[in-house]
Design a protein around this ligand. Structure first.
Ligand code: SF4
Length: 243
């Protein structure tokens, strides 16, 4: 699907929730979930934002207003000022995201949850000033073999990350763990946080990875990575939208 032109978005859903992942876990956040994706991971838990045609075409102005309404009027130091751009793959619509960021309050912190297989550089250039101030942070996947996808562009993208960014590996089995360990140990990864997240049953996957197994592997190898569980699925078990 082509990127919508003229400052419009293809929106799957917009909502306020508790961030369930990354180092901002637990923090109230407005999520903008954009429609469609360049990949098809076997354990995808957001297929409604990938296939099926359930989306609305919305102007940048209307998305900005919806984010402001959800964040509420007291967005100050202790108000809601975190926005997570996710999908699907949000960077397929990076021009519109850049326009929206220009219209949102200066002190908002934006997280971009990207699959790693879209070039980061054009968007980073478009929001360079906010990147300099640490107000736009990437949570970038490197796809492991168990996803059914192949990490290619991710290796080039890794070089463009900065200390405020995070790299995420979703792991289905031991082979995925070994792949991720090799990437972490064998590549320059300038991101400050590395997340190892066990896959959970979703889409074509019936059995995920036992977090206790993953914990044991990490401790055995003495890897300085962060084991990440999806806290929103603990708070709202069985719910797959609006969380
Ligand atoms: S990249 Fe993300 S949204 Fe796209 S198919 Fe994979 S898990 Fe789903």
């Amino acid at each position: 699907m082509a990127e919508p032109q003229g400052g419009r978005f293809l929106v799957s859903e917009i909502y306020k929730t508790i961030q369930g992942e990354s180092s901002l876990v637990g923090v109230p956040t407005v999520f903008v979930r954009l429609y469609s994706c360049n990949l098809r991971c076997v354990w995808c838990d957001s297929m409604h934002a990938v296939e099926g045609g359930e989306y609305q075409e919305v102007s940048v102005e209307d998305v900005v207003q919806r984010v402001l309404d959800l964040a509420g009027p007291s967005a100050g130091r202790h108000g809601v000022r975190n926005v997570c751009w996710t999908g699907g793959e949000p960077l397929l619509q990076w021009r519109s995201i850049g326009l929206a960021m220009e219209r949102l309050p200066e002190d908002y912190v934006h997280s971009i949850e990207t699959d790693g297989e879209v070039p980061l550089e054009p968007f980073s250039r478009a929001v360079a000033k906010k990147r300099e101030r640490g107000l736009v942070r990437y949570i970038m996947d490197v796809k492991c073999p168990g996803s059914g996808m192949k990490a290619k562009l991710a290796f080039e993208n890794l070089r463009h990350l900065r200390p405020e960014d995070e790299v995420k590996f979703v792991l289905l089995d031991r082979a995925d763990y070994e792949f991720a360990r090799e990437v972490v140990l064998g590549h320059e990864v300038p991101a400050g946080t590395i997340l190892f997240s066990p896959a959970t049953p979703a889409h074509k996957v019936e059995k995920g990875l036992d977090p206790a197994k993953l914990a044991a592997w990490i401790l055995e190898d003495g890897l300085g990575v962060r084991l990440q569980l999806q806290v929103h699925k603990v708070i709202w078990p069985g719910v797959d939208r609006g969380i």
